[in-house]
Design a protein around this ligand. Structure first.
Ligand code: ADP
Length: 638
């Protein structure tokens, strides 16, 4: 299995360049994921951190369930293909492909088998005896892929592998890499700045900008439901038209823009407006060139420039009151000439609206449902409806965080129509659906939330469901539910994040330990001495009888001191402290505005969970000292 999990990954280069920030992504086994974004957005850095060629500043990387932060690149069972695939000029294709295996001391029979097999997959068997200079660019690229294939890795990392090839060859190799992925049935992560490559190759695309993930979705969903202006305009060619407009409700919802031009939304589309407060306000209106048609009447425009591309015609037209041209893409029409006047009709069901300031989408399928809630007596309360909080979730909270939960976030992709273990069951009624290319979005009403609850299900789910034997479907729908239908929804607790009023995550990813250890208390010269494991703690008289006790640490009352050397290097104040005990970090997790640290401490059989300042990271200082002040623990007599 080679599934990957990247949790809160950061990369800060020396000198302070923040290349990657809070990168969170699950990649399924055998998935083809593409990282795309403009140059400098952090794609390669992320890939290099996965490969182990770049240190991870903070966060966790798991491959196949094992933590990889500190694992050597050669032990990660991954292979990387670069843009500059330097082949050894003096070696034949066979030798080039065999070289890495030889270094690893694989026996020659096995090498021969693997190289021949890879050559066959890539269709380069005839070239095995040739030297690189006798190969075309595409053939060399295949050899570079071959070098990766022979290693039989669990994960392929490809960093702009086609950018040195000419346009025609790129198109051909694109298809070949897609086929190769199917054939090898291995996880592929592919980096490119080319949106066409991303759209044609990925099962899922991660769009990045300035080190932050902008959106992760299938190509179709990204194109149809971009989360913000950046994603909307980055994907698609020519790019989406974006104009400032006023959102109005005169009878029905519509926009006005330019010199008194108007366009209206359908009733169904109007319902997708996320917040009625936008009515009467300035918004950004977006429409793709192919969603504008020529019509007999409508928005009057004059053709400024026209491009006849053979299969289609691209029109750059001016519209009164708009500074920018409106770009229109229509099937080839040689009658369109510069200076011609025509009328444009917008397909408003395909239009987009964005907030002027945040540039986030305000109409369409949201990524997450934010549901106000409280937690009372181990129950999650949503709009008066109560759900038992299972033990598997409760153990991921600190007492002090549980109290602060005021909102849960449910990703639109994590709502199921089948029951799963430890899930919320919600009865809902479909109000309307939005059909996408590869998925369908449901807008439903339920008791659990005021307003719509929105989720997306892949169309293939229903196809698979219909193909299953009768009786195995546990009552989940086989056909796509339609408006008015009552349905059962299931949300696995593990996909829910619990947040504070100011949007900080409050549930930990790891189980919070019970923080207990056996200890012995003895009064010596008026002082209370506690022995726990190898640690000896000395306090002014605590007024505790001598004897055997259980020490229970209180997570958010444990102090800590920086290591002296670390403090000096990072210019933080070094304050020595009494009763400082050595701790060795396992992991950390940002909770609220703090960092929850999971670490080994002598005497504590299980790990200790300490809530420390957010500025402290175990990745910078894996061995450190916790301070057990007298209010950091309670003693329970045995
Ligand atoms: P991309 O692959 O998306 O083009 P990179 O991951 O290469 O982007 O770079 C992301 C950011 O990190 C850029 O601002 C880049 O200048 C910076 N960067 C990359 N490598 C280093 C390095 N070794 N030292 C300092 N800054 C770097």
């Amino acid at each position: 299995m080679a599934d990957l999990l990247l949790e809160n990954i950061y990369k800060v280069y020396e000198g302070g360049v923040r290349a990657v920030s809070d990168f969170n992504l699950k990649i399924a086994d055998k998935e083809f994921v593409v990282f795309v974004g403009p140059s400098g957005c952090g794609k390669s850095t992320t890939l290099r951190m996965i490969a182990g060629l770049e240190e991870i500043t903070a966060g966790s990387l798991y491959i196949g369930g094992s933590k990889m932060n500190d694992v050597e690149p050669k032990d990660r069972n991954i292979a990387m293909v670069f843009q500059n695939y330097a082949l050894y000029p003096h070696m034949t294709v066979f030798q080039n492909m065999a070289f890495g295996l030889k270094l690893r001391k694989v026996n020659s029979k096995e090498i021969e088998k693997r190289v021949n097999n890879a050559a066959q997959i890539l269709g380069i068997t005839d070239l095995l005896a040739r030297k690189p200079k006798a190969l075309s660019g595409g053939q060399r690229q295949r050899v570079a892929l071959g070098r990766a294939i022979v290693r039989e890795p669990n994960v392929f990392l490809l960093d702009e592998p086609l950018s040195n090839l000419d346009a025609k060859l790129r198109v051909q190799m694109r298809a070949e890499i897609t086929k190769l992925h199917k054939r090898l049935a291995t996880t592929f992560i592919y980096v490119t700045h080319d949106q066409t490559e991303a759209m044609t190759m990925g099962d899922r695309i991660v769009v990045m900008k300035d080190g932050f993930i902008q959106q992760v979705d299938s190509p179709a969903t990204l194109y149809e439901q971009p989360r913000n202006v950046f994603v909307a305009t980055f994907l698609g060619s020519p790019q989406m038209n974006i104009y400032e407009a006023n959102l109005l409700e005169i009878g029905s919802l519509g926009i006005s823009f330019g010199e008194n031009h108007t366009a209206k939304f359908s009733k169904t589309k109007a319902k997708q407006l996320s917040d009625k407060q936008y009515i009467g306000q300035k918004v950004l209106f977006g429409i793709r060139p192919e969603n504008i048609k020529l019509a007999a009447s409508g928005i009057k425009a004059t053709v400024d420039v026209v491009e006849h591309l053979g299969s289609e015609t691209i029109i750059y037209a001016s519209v009164s009151g708009l500074e920018k041209n409106v770009i229109v893409k229509i099937p080839t029409d040689y009658d369109i000439v510069e200076g011609k006047e025509l009328y444009l009709a917008f397909d408003m069901d395909k239009a987009h609206l964005f907030d002027v300031v945040t540039q986030q989408s305000i109409m369409g399928v949201p990524d997450v449902n934010r549901v106000p809630c409280t937690i009372e007596n181990n129950e999650l309360v949503l709009n008066g409806t109560r759900f038992d909080l299972p033990e598997s979730i409760r153990e991921k909270f600190f007492d002090f965080t549980l109290r602060d939960v005021s909102e849960i976030r449910i990703p639109a992709t994590e709502v199921r129509l089948d029951p799963t273990p430890d899930c919320i069951h919600i009865k809902a009624k479909v109000d309307f659906t939005v059909q996408g290319n590869d998925c369908i979005a449901f807008y439903v009403n339920s008791d659990a939330k005021d307003g719509y609850f929105v989720f997306r299900i892949k169309t293939s789910y229903f196809e698979k469901k219909a193909a299953l034997d009768e009786g195995s479907d546990k009552g989940a729908p086989e056909v796509i539910p339609t408006a008015g239908e009552e349905i059962d929804l299931y949300v696995p607790f593990k996909e829910i994040t619990f947040n504070s009023a100011v949007g900080l995550r409050l549930n930990s990813r790891e189980k919070i330990s019970d923080n207990t250890a056996d200890c012995v208390v003895k009064t010596e010269k008026g002082k209370t001495v506690i022995k726990v494991g190898k640690n000896k703690l000395v306090y002014d008289d605590l007024g505790v009888e001598d004897g055997a006790y259980t020490m229970k640490l209180i997570s958010d009352k444990i102090g800590f001191v920086y290591d002296k050397k670390y403090a000096k290097k990072n210019k933080v104040e070094y304050v020595p402290a009494d009763n400082a005990v050595k701790a060795k970090a396992y992991d950390e997790d940002k909770i609220g505005d703090k960092n929850a640290v999971f670490c080994a401490v002598s005497g504590f059989e299980n790990y200790v969970t300490a809530v420390l300042p957010a500025a402290f990271s175990v990745y910078k200082m894996p061995v450190f000292k916790l301070v057990f002040n007298k209010d950091s623990f309670v003693l329970i007599k045995k």
